[in-house]
Design a protein around this ligand. Structure first.
Ligand code: HSE
Length: 307
């Protein structure tokens, strides 16, 4: 195999209580990439459609992730990467993660899979470091592994994949403003009170237990964030109203998707997710703010090869 075309899914990181450790993979939103072997050694980005991103390998998240991988495996050929972006940069649904994870996944396939999907997370994290200044894994892990992922530790890497409850759906609305992850991280405090930490780790445990036992009510009760959301939500137009509207329309829970500005809601069943999408859309219509909306089942597979 000399060429591969792949679908690189969008992801929702944090999931309210799990800043930098929890994430899920979406099915209906994502980029595509074509990666081919070339006789010239090294990595070249040969095409980017749909976004204004750097073509230089060392300045592109896909390029940097791929270079990190090639440091660990000997090849006497190189790779060309074409990126077809649908996920907007600064949207909060893992745009840089889709490119970073896609590059290493595609190259790994062309090399005959010397690395497991879990091992690829470490390389993809280098792309995240370039994008936000911080090598967080809570978008690249669900992009590569699918389902829900818990990043118990990044050093050493310890990632647990959790299969999604079968009826769980996500609704994600993206108000069309760009919020850079680095900016959304700069508003955070470096210390938290013990009281807040207790509430937060109670909720993380509750969410994980809810996912394993398919207890939708417990999942909903655990989707709270009293550490990050109060600091970041002020950067997102209409956040409080959108969240309340999602809850009023049957969402199990709702919060900031990744570092924002997208807002997510989880619900039981597609009908509920669509009802929430309609209600969220109406809020931004009333505010005259352009938006994109996605309703998606949880993607249990992660990145996949497109035939
Ligand atoms: N955990 C990261 C953050 C995710 O919230 O900054 C960025 O998508």
């Amino acid at each position: 195999m000399n060429t591969i075309k792949i679908f690189c899914p969008a992801t929702i990181a944090n999931l309210s209580c799990g800043f930098d450790v929890l994430g899920l993979c979406l099915e209906t939103a994502g980029d595509e990439m074509i990666i081919r072997k070339s006789s010239e050694k090294g990595i070249r980005i040969t095409k980017i459609i749909g976004a204004d991103l750097p073509m230089e390998t060392e300045k592109n998240v896909a390029g940097v992730a791929a270079l990190a991988m090639l440091e660990k495996v000997e090849t006497d050929f190189g790779f060309e990467i074409e990126i077809y972006k649908n996920i907007k940069a600064g949207s909060g649904i893992g745009s840089s993660a889709a490119s970073s994870a896609g590059a290493v996944f595609g190259i790994n396939e062309l090399l005959g899979r010397p690395f497991t999907r879990k091992e690829l997370v470490l390389f993809a994290m280098q792309g995240e470091k370039l994008a936000s200044g911080n090598a967080h894994a809570d978008n690249v892990a669900p992009a590569l592994l699918g389902g829900f992922t818990l990043v118990r530790s990044t050093n050493p890497l310890d990632i647990i994949k959790i299969k999604s409850p079968s009826e769980l759906y996500a609704t994600v609305v993206h108000p069309q403003i760009e919020l850079r992850t680095s900016d959304a991280r700069s508003v955070l405090k470096q210390t938290v009170s013990l009281t807040s930490a207790i509430t937060q780790w109670g909720n993380v445990g509750g969410l994980i237990a809810g996912l394993y036992t398919e207890d939708y009510e417990l999942i909903g009760r655990s989707l709270h964030d009293e550490i990050i959301e109060p600091l970041r939500s002020v950067l997102i137009p209409g956040f409080d109203l959108i969240k309340q509207t999602a809850l009023d329309n049957g969402a199990l829970g709702s919060g900031i998707s990744g570092s924002g500005p997208s807002i997510f809601a989880l619900s039981k069943g597609k009908k509920a997710a669509e009802k929430i999408a309609k209600a969220m859309s109406q809020i931004y219509k009333n505010m005259d703010l352009p938006y994109e909306i996605h309703v998606s089942k949880i993607n249990d597979e992660g990145i996949k090869v497109v035939i």
